[in-house]
Structures are given as C-alpha cells and as structure tokens.
Design a protein around this ligand. Structure first.
Ligand SMILES: [Cu+2]
Length: 115
C-alpha cells in the first residue's frame, strides 16, 4: 500500500513538472486604450492554464504565460478579439467592440474622460 502511494505521488510530481515545462511566454500587441482596458484584458485571461497575463497601457504589449497543452497562441488572440480588441494577429470582434465604452474603442483615448 505504501509503495502504491509512493508511485502515485511520484507520478503526480512528474506530471506537474511536465506541465510547468510546457508553459510558454508570448508577447504581442493588443489595441486597448486605458486602465479599464487593462483590467478587462487581464481579467479575461485569468483562466486555468494561464499563469500570468499583464498588459501595458503605454506600449500596448500583452505578456502572457500559458500552458501550451491547454491553449495555443491563436486561442489567446481569439479570447482578446472576443473582448472587442484587435491583436497583432486578429481583428476585434465588432459586436464586442461596439459594446465597449467609447474610451476603450480604437482612437478612444481622447474620450477617456467622457464615458
Ligand atoms: Cu479602456
């Protein structure tokens, strides 16, 4: 019984190490505008299999670390597009984009104080 337990634990440790080894980091542009966009983008990527996601307002660069056995890079782009933001690879989903506050749409930075 003890041996079985030991084998199971060893297996679990090996599996989790494999999962860590498969985590990749990607950086790409996301056409957000403001701090509200930042929250929206980062919240949408708060998913199991995504261990880190941060979007920089000034450079508009999203840095994301994910498990590539759970997601492909294209799937990450799709998640962002469905939020209403264009990425380096994908157009924004227009329906979602139109639902964003004015300030958060392309060229919207000038409207950021209006809402
Ligand atoms: Cu915004």
């Amino acid at each position: 019984m003890k041996t079985t337990k030991y084998i199971i634990i060893t297996l679990l440790v090996t599996i989790s190490q494999l999962a860590i080894a498969k985590s990749v980091v990607k950086e790409f542009k996301v056409e957000g505008q403001c701090g509200e966009c930042k929250e929206r983008i980062e919240k949408a990527l708060d998913l199991p299999g995504i261990s880190f996601a941060t979007w920089d307002v000034d450079s508009k660069i999203l840095t994301v670390r994910f498990n590539d056995s759970k997601y492909t890079e294209n799937e990450i782009h799709t998640i962002i597009s469905k939020l209403g933001y264009a990425t380096a690879k994908l157009e924004a989903n227009k329906e979602a984009e139109n639902k964003l506050p004015k300030c958060c749409r392309p060229g919207g930075a000038a409207h950021c104080d209006e809402k």
